[in-house]
Design a protein around this ligand. Structure first.
Ligand code: PGA
Length: 254
């Protein structure tokens, strides 16, 4: 089984237009070639075109951080999948900040994943438990339910990417241990197998996210089910993000 690792940078609500272009240029200058790993940057919507233009000759792919599930309509302030089709290869759906701060439910996330795939892009579906849930010993059940409900009606298994991002590890500097991450990610894969069949599940990249740095990424990638990372804070520094990709490429080559 060969899954190409993915390192995706989620810039969140950071970078002005010129910052975004500088950051994209900074990363591509350090990584003129990317082999053995899929590198993705997800800038804010307003910078997507400029970043895509800056990376046109690079191997680095561009992703969006969200989309609405409707193709068009009276949804002030929203951006639809057809609007970003052709501009990005990936779209993050169901990030915990969308779920917790903007009240997105699993059912909304499922509709988003479906619409993204229907427009020839790859959804990066995020799931993750909160600290209270983990302390209550309910992490595994919660993740199973989230995976199932966030993929209700989804069938484009060849396009899916999943990211396990425990809420307590995001932006805290306290990454999950690689053992815990592997434990839950193997649960994600077994849930995917029950939805999509073992063959499809074996081909779906599953990433870890939450306080990933170039210093701590290695042991995650050594685990059998972890296929890369969704990186927040550390993706905002060209040097550090490039280093994460280089570490991943060298582990993938070994
Ligand atoms: P972090 O964010 O790397 O800053 O913890 C990860 C994410 O939210 O995707």
């Amino acid at each position: 089984m060969m899954r190409t690792p993915i390192i995706a940078g989620n810039w969140k609500m950071n970078t002005t237009l010129s910052d975004a272009v500088d950051l994209a240029n900074g990363v591509s200058a350090q990584l003129p070639f990317v082999t053995g790993v899929t590198a993705v940057v997800c800038p804010p919507f307003v910078s997507l075109q400029a970043v895509a233009d800056a990376l046109i000759t690079s191997d680095i792919k561009v992703g969006a951080q969200n989309v609405h599930f409707q193709p068009s309509g009276a949804f002030t302030g929203e951006v639809s999948a057809p609007m970003v089709q052709g501009l990005v290869s990936y779209v993050i759906v169901g990030h915990s900040e969308r779920r917790l701060l903007f009240h997105e439910m699993d059912a909304d996330v499922a509709k988003k994943a479906i619409v993204v795939a229907a427009h020839e892009m790859q959804p990066i579906l995020c799931v993750g438990e909160r600290l209270e849930t983990r302390k209550a010993g309910e992490a595994e059940d919660t993740i199973r339910t989230q995976v199932r409900a966030s993929l209700d009606g989804f069938e484009a298994w060849d396009k899916l990417v999943v990211a396990y991002e425990p809420v307590w590890a995001i932006g805290t500097g306290e990454a999950a241990s690689p053992i815990v991450a592997q434990e839950i990610i193997s649960v994600v894969r077994s849930e995917l197998a029950s939805l999509a069949g073992q063959n499809n599940a074996d081909n779906i990249p599953i990433l870890y996210g939450g306080s990933v740095t170039s210093e701590n990424i290695g042991p995650f990638l050594d685990r059998p089910d972890i296929d890369g990372a969704l990186v927040g804070g550390a993706s905002l520094k060209a040097d550090e993000f490039s280093r994460i990709i280089q570490v991943t490429a060298s582990i993938a080559a070994s």
